[in-house]
Design a protein around this ligand. Structure first.
Ligand code: CP
Length: 321
């Protein structure tokens, strides 16, 4: 594996989930695989789970890890070609990425969208240039449009906790006070659509009008604007806020109450409730659910290690070839 950026970078989601669960059952079986190999984690935005779980996964595989908080400690990056750099940017991504590739065998990058210009964000220009110029395998730690380590984690968690062969999984829009990216729901949706193709889940998306995601990510999903109707018989609820894709980065007032609570949970098939975290209590998701027996959020966050470990394992194996 030379790149982990979207669901298209794995041949089969069920295979990669099973391989991750093998890593979970025996975390140190490959502790020599990464000996004398270096992972560089480059953050342009904050992170708790992605940073620590990916470091932990790399350590389980015997790798050395370096972390660069580019937003705080790095030079201001220029990404456009052909510009005279007489403004605020100090270093071009051509040199910065290439230099990081000299120090590291594998690189990870996190870069959020600006939510101003849809075309610019969805072009993934920064990520594509980073991949092109660094010259080593790259794992996405969340880009403008996707968060694949989170989505793989989510499918691992669903596989572990499901009570039926093909559980109903519902991605539920949640309220928020800020405009958030579509990366997590886009990514969750493309992974669940592929899991549905492989016969692993039945997938529904529920959101208020105006919050439809790009069709590029939702092909095959059942989509509804009726919260109560769509969560009936659900075995898993995946709760997440996102801003509008159509009216890009905007948030509209929603009059109905979309926050998931125990009253709504009673309409489901005793659904397990998931959220990628961080979560705003009693705004996105009720504290009674987060502290109750149906919440999977902590186990889900724990599984971030195994998603990262299987991806790094595949990349290390490809370096050896
Ligand atoms: N879910 C997730 O990616 O968490 P962090 O932003 O803390 O890494």
């Amino acid at each position: 594996m030379k790149k982990f950026f979207s669901v298209k970078d794995v041949a089969s989601v069920s295979e990669v989930v099973n391989e991750a669960l093998e890593q979970k059952a025996n975390p140190y079986a490959l502790e020599s695989l990464g000996k004398h190999k270096t992972l560089g984690l480059v953050f342009l935005n904050p992170s708790l789970r992605t940073r620590l779980s990916t470091q932990k996964a790399a350590m389980n595989l015997g790798m050395n890890v370096m972390v660069m908080n580019m937003d705080k400690d790095g030079w201001a990056l220029e990404t456009q070609d052909g510009v005279v750099m007489n403004g605020t940017t100090v270093e071009h991504i051509r040199e910065a990425a290439a230099v990081m590739g000299e120090y590291c065998d594998i690189l990870g990058l996190r870069s959020f969208p600006k939510l101003k210009d849809r075309e610019e964000d969805y072009s993934e220009d920064l990520f594509n240039k980073f991949i092109e110029y660094c010259g080593v395998p790259v794992v996405s730690l969340e880009s403008a449009t996707r968060h694949p380590l989170q989505s793989l984690t989510d499918l691992i968690t669903i596989t572990e906790y499901k009570n039926s062969k093909k559980p109903k999984v519902v991605l539920v829009w949640a309220p928020h006070v800020k405009a958030l990216p579509q990366a997590v729901p886009n990514s969750f949706s493309e992974w669940m659509c592929q899991a549905q193709v492989e016969g692993l889940v039945e997938f529904t998306i529920a959101h208020p009008k105006g919050y439809q995601l790009s069709e590029e990510f939702t092909n095959g999903a059942n989509i509804s604007n009726n919260l109560e109707e769509s969560i009936k018989d659900a075995e898993f609820l995946y709760v997440k806020n996102w801003s509008s894709y159509e009216q890009y980065g905007q948030v509209f007032p929603v009059t109905e109450n979309w926050m998931m609570d125990n009253q709504k949970l009673a309409l489901t098939n005793n659904a397990k409730v998931m959220h990628c975290l961080p979560v705003r209590r009693d705004l996105e998701l009720s504290a009674e659910i987060l502290d109750g027996p149906n919440s999977l959020v902590i186990k889900e966050a724990g599984n971030r290690v195994w998603a990262a470990q299987v991806v790094l394992k595949r990349m290390l194996e490809s370096l050896a070839k």
